[in-house]
Design a protein around this ligand. Structure first.
Ligand SMILES: *[C@@H]1O[C@H](CO)[C@@H](O)[C@H](O)[C@H]1NC(C)=O
Length: 179
């Protein structure tokens, strides 16, 4: 039987997600959710516009894990999921990353939309894979989204915000060996 999740959430991280008791349980995967064995974090600020049309979140990498002996402390960063508004599903988006506005390059894949069965009414997921980042290269990098058409052009038009009004993101490694 195939595992329900090919990838493991290292981090149900988010831009400032306070524990959202009544919120839908995002990410909608059967995956390990642990921030104690992950070094990846999303910088806790509202999305920034590095360039016209782009909105970006910045990642940082902690120097150590809370559980430093876990092999997950060295895990890579393969995928980011963003909790999004269902009304944006189908919007054509592109994603770029880099350490500054002038060094943004396209991510090797385009963001794709999903509406998981477990997602509540009005919610969808914007998935971005093949990031190819690691604990060195992810530190300080901006992940930027840009709409190619439609009305979902700004973070606040795309994100389904957490209790603090910010976007909610989950970060995933490329394998499922971490616990
Ligand atoms: C992280 O990725 C960069 C760029 O691909 C590579 O040069 C570096 O060796 C990697 N570092 C680690 C710790 O894996």
């Amino acid at each position: 039987m195939r595992r329900a999740s090919a990838f493991l959430a290292l981090l149900a991280g988010l831009v400032g997600l306070a524990s959202a008791q009544n919120a839908p349980s995002f990410p909608f995967c059967q995956c390990v959710r642990s921030t104690s064995t992950s070094r990846y974090e999303v910088v806790d600020t509202p999305a920034v516009s590095l360039k016209p049309g782009y909105w970006c979140v910045q990642l940082k990498v902690k120097e150590t894990c809370d559980k430093p002996k876990s092999p997950c402390c060295q895990a890579d960063l393969y995928k980011i999921e963003l909790l999004a508004q269902a009304g944006c599903v189908g919007s054509r988006m592109t994603a770029s990353y880099g350490y500054s506005a002038s060094s943004l390059v396209e991510v090797p894949s385009v963001p794709t939309w999903e509406t998981p069965d477990a997602a509540p009414e009005g919610a969808a997921v914007l998935k971005l894979v093949r990031l190819g980042l690691n604990v060195s290269s992810a530190d300080g990098i901006y992940i930027c989204y840009k709409a190619l058409s439609g009305s979902c052009r700004k973070a606040e038009q795309v994100c389904l915000p957490g209790p603090d009004g910010r976007c909610q993101l989950s970060l995933f490694s490329s394998d499922s060996s971490c616990w």
